[in-house]
Design a protein around this ligand. Structure first.
Ligand code: ITT
Length: 503
């Protein structure tokens, strides 16, 4: 499938503000559900709010304080596992929910006829309360999750598990919550309706889990279009312009025995109306099928979270250069499964806009980590020629032309630049950036040598036929792959990476 170019941009301020506003809306709904439907009927909800409620039923200690205290512990785990970004929003959510719960209880207490410390029943019937409360709670949690937030507590456990496994958030929360609600039985043990309250807790829980999954999946749902039209190229272009990838397949109309093109496009369900509009405006009589797909994994969609069954550690080497890939695979050996950009389905020309090898390497590795989720390393390498002030350097691939990777043209330009120049000293340099969930490491390698006046050898790639490493009488292009790897800039940097990985 043709992939859209995804620019390497962090979340904008506008998106961040929107997230915080939406999380606040979710928290207000959550507090409303808790204070107006659950607490007055002593229904134990799940999560840390449930634990806080149990303590409230026994001691009348206001829920927000217990909730705040427990969450401080969970937040420490969240910082370690999910990073600061998740945590900022969770810290915000925990503090905000504590505040909203406090305000809401004060507002309720100010109403005429309300006894301080006793929350009035908004709905006299306990069962109706647990249905409405569960619906509101699930909806509120989904709003928080969809906007990269959480209400802390078991949501953090769920988000951590969801990061590694394809378990739905609803299921993880369900398991934690069953344990919390069941434990409330021991608090109400002496009461005649103790079981009823626990069962109401389970009902609330189920409704909230189903609502949470329903709302989240609706947002994630994807569809597949197959479009059969004579105007396929216009339709494909129009869809492409919206940022969605399109593939055009060859087909044959069997009745007429003429060739037909079929446009295939995977998109979010929410985009389908737009796509239909586009199709209709271009070819109102075309033939279209739209099917719901269970999951779409890849750029612009979900990440595959299934763990590899082999014991090898999977890493992505963010390169499109087959020579580099083979060199690195042979150095890394059997303990690692090294996937290329193509292997993970990334066809984006990742921007390399840095002014140093380090910046470019980091840009590539971070791109893969961000959009594909794999631990990734990327190198940026180049030739630095002393007499040319370090050129071509970061521009090595595009030295002779903007399109780049024309080795013959690059070498021809280098020879022209060095024509008549006595100082032929040069070096190859590699910087590898290795990006994992929570860290970035750099590894460098450098090999000194000189630039010959003419090409020698057929092996290697890039500038290899012109580069004679110090202490050798063969150019890189005259060496076997193993020989080159044992001394090359990339070989040195990868050796350091391997030593680090094995440590
Ligand atoms: P990726 O960015 O997809 O990894 P690339 O070919 O652009 O592939 P680099 O940016 O790291 O790789 O390298 C830039 C150029 O430097 C490369 O195209 C070669 O012309 C040259 N180069 C790098 N390493 C080399 C080597 O070992 N031998 C010869 N030339 C090399």
């Amino acid at each position: 499938m043709t992939q859209p170019q995804i620019p390497f941009v962090p979340q904008t301020v506008q998106q961040e503000v929107r997230d915080y506003v939406m999380i606040t809306v979710g928290l207000i709904i959550y507090s409303f559900a808790l204070t107006c439907f659950m607490l007055p009927h002593e229904i134990t909800t799940g999560g840390m709010a449930g634990v806080a409620s149990i303590i409230y039923y026994v001691t009348h200690f206001e829920v927000q304080y217990t909730y705040l205290f427990i969450n401080v512990v969970f937040l420490i785990a969240a910082v370690i596992e999910l990073g600061w970004k998740f945590c900022f929003k969770t810290i915000y959510a925990v503090l905000m929910l504590t505040f909203i719960l406090w305000v809401m209880q004060r507002v309720i207490e100010m109403q005429p006829g309300v006894t301080p410390g006793v929350l009035p029943k908004m709905m006299p019937d306990r069962f109706m309360s647990c249905v409405i409360g569960g619906l509101l709670e699930g909806f509120a949690l989904a709003i928080c999750f969809l906007n990269n937030g959480s209400t802390g507590g078991t949501d953090i456990i769920a988000a951590i598990v969801n990061k590694y496994k394809n378990l739905s958030l609803g299921n993880v929360i369900l398991i934690c919550d069953i344990l919390i609600i069941s434990s409330s039985y021991f608090v109400f043990k002496g009461d005649s309706d103790s079981w009823q309250r626990v069962i109401c807790g389970y009902v609330t829980l189920s409704i909230s889990a189903v609502t949470l999954d329903y709302v989240m999946n609706r947002r994630r749902q994807s569809v597949q279009f197959m479009i059969f039209s004579r105007n396929y190229s216009k339709i494909a272009d129009a869809i492409n312009k919206t940022g969605r990838g399109v593939t055009v397949l060859d087909g044959m109309g069997w009745y007429t025995k003429t060739e037909r093109k079929v446009v295939v496009c995977l998109a979010k369900k929410s985009e389908s109306i737009n796509i239909f509009r586009m199709i209709k405006s271009i070819d109102p009589y075309c033939f279209v099928s739209m099917g719901q797909v269970h999951g779409v994994f890849g750029e612009g969609f979900d990440q595959i979270k299934a763990k590899s069954t082999s014991n090898k550690r999977t890493l992505v080497f963010a390169t499109n250069n087959q020579h580099k890939l083979e060199e690195v695979r042979s150095i890394l050996g059997e303990d690692f499964e090294v996937r290329s950009l193509e292997d993970v389905g990334c066809r984006t020309d990742i921007p390399e806009t840095g002014t140093t090898f380090r910046e470019n390497a980091l840009q590539k590795a971070q791109f893969v980590k961000k959009f594909y989720g794999f631990d990734c390393f990327a190198d940026d390498s180049g030739l630095e020629v002393e007499a040319l002030g370090g050129a071509p350097g970061v521009h090595s691939a595009r030295y002779a032309s903007e399109e780049g990777h024309d080795s013959e043209a690059n070498m021809a330009k280098l020879l022209t630049e060095l024509d008549g120049v006595e100082n032929r000293r040069a070096n190859f340099r590699t910087v590898i950036a290795f990006v994992t969930d929570d860290s970035v490491h750099y590894f460098e390698g450098k090999v000194d040598g000189k630039i010959l006046a003419e090409r020698r050898g057929e092996g290697g790639f890039g500038y290899d036929p012109l580069f004679l490493p110090d202490g050798y009488d063969k150019t890189f292009a005259e060496m076997s792959a193993d020989e080159k790897n044992s001394i090359s800039h990339r070989g040195q940097a990868v050796e350091k990476l391997v030593a680090f990985l094995k440590k």
